[in-house]
Design a protein around this ligand. Structure first.
Ligand SMILES: [Zn+2]
Ligand SMILES: [Zn+2]
Length: 334
């Protein structure tokens, strides 16, 4: 498959898609019902549908019974940690294996021509982006995800919070399930803006930004304080009527779903003439340029704040002008 039919390569061999990325039409202006209906399948397929499915499998088949979870004991907590670690290893590892180890499609649709494995840098532990990112992911990332999940399950088992059942509140749970991704992205956008403030960026978020050429293992490679903030969106399940299945689904969107922006490839080639869109570009641009695309465009927060980058050369120009203007303003103040 020829990726130059879909995009261009600059002289440094960086590939970019030809079409600009657009925020979803959910709250676009002018609003169009037709556009929303056409876009709706993309809300579920492939990613959010997959995480709902994994959430269901985890809740129905891979979660201890309620009686066990009434008391906090190492046995079941360790089990949750291991099952989450295995799930993350399998999903993120599958992308790593196919795209970065087997290099099944070579450089096709790869934004950055360099391979993290071949780029040694002393900003990473052991000078290796992959080793550093895996230590952070499995050292504090999955344990933090697990801590929030254990808190939810333990609270549910003891009747603390506003837990409800599908039989008692079907429409409430369906509505909450449908807006779960919107809730996650809103929490991600505002907390992400917060950790880009100078103090928090320097001491916390810069760890995640060490990867300017992110790969699947970069997804949850964060400072522990960022992990604490990142997964805290799940606390909403203690505030509104919810169900542990939705809490697990929410944590899968955050934990497993972090891989989406860090795949490093615009499309995954799945057949001779077929390729699946990864939706990775908006967040890739955030890693490349730092001050754009704080969220992925489900709700057009970045568009409203003037920080949206659509991936085009015109987008580069707009970004440079915005940063120049901001510098001039701050210099005028001092
Ligand atoms: Zn990232
Ligand atoms: Zn950031």
């Amino acid at each position: 498959m020829d990726d130059l039919q879909f995009g261009t390569r600059d002289k440094r061999d960086h590939w970019r898609p030809r079409d600009p990325i657009k925020p979803s039409p959910l709250l676009a202006s002018p609003w169009s019902m037709l556009k929303v209906v056409k876009w709706l399948p993309h809300y579920f397929y492939p990613w959010n549908g997959l995480f709902f499915l994994t959430g269901c499998i985890f809740w129905f088949y891979l979660t201890p019974d309620v009686e066990t979870m009434k008391t906090l004991e190492w046995g079941w907590v360790a089990y949750i940690l291991v099952r989450n670690s295995v799930a993350l290893f399998l999903l993120h590892g599958a992308f790593e294996l196919r795209l970065y180890i087997q290099r099944a499609q070579g450089n096709q649709f790869k934004y950055n021509p360099r391979w993290p494995k071949e780029t040694r840098s002393n900003v990473f532990m052991f000078s290796s982006q992959n080793i550093d990112n895996m230590i952070r992911t499995f050292g504090t990332g999955v344990p933090m995800w697990t801590a929030y999940e254990v808190l939810m399950l333990w609270a549910y088992a003891n009747g603390w919070g506003f837990w409800t059942t599908f039989a008692d509140n079907p429409w409430g749970l369906i509505c909450l399930g449908l807006v779960m991704v919107v809730i996650h992205e809103a929490h991600f956008y505002f907390t992400h803006r917060m950790i880009h403030s100078p103090f928090l960026y320097k001491h916390v978020h810069s760890v995640h930004h060490k990867a300017v050429n992110p790969s699947p293992w970069s997804s949850l490679s964060m400072h522990p304080v960022e992990h604490l903030i990142y997964f805290s969106g799940s606390l909403i399940h203690l505030i509104v009527p919810s169900h542990p299945l939705l809490a697990i689904y929410h944590l899968h969107i955050a934990g497993l779903g972090a891989v989406i922006g860090h795949i490093g490839f615009d499309k995954m080639v799945v057949g001779d003439e077929k390729a699946m869109n990864t939706h990775a570009y908006a967040h890739y641009l955030h890693h490349k340029y730092f001050e754009v695309n704080y969220a992925d465009g489900l709700i057009p927060w970045d568009k409203w704040a003037g920080t949206w980058h659509d991936g085009t050369e015109e987008g580069d120009v707009r970004m440079r002008e915005r940063i120049k203007l901001r510098r001039e303003r701050s210099m005028a103040k001092t």
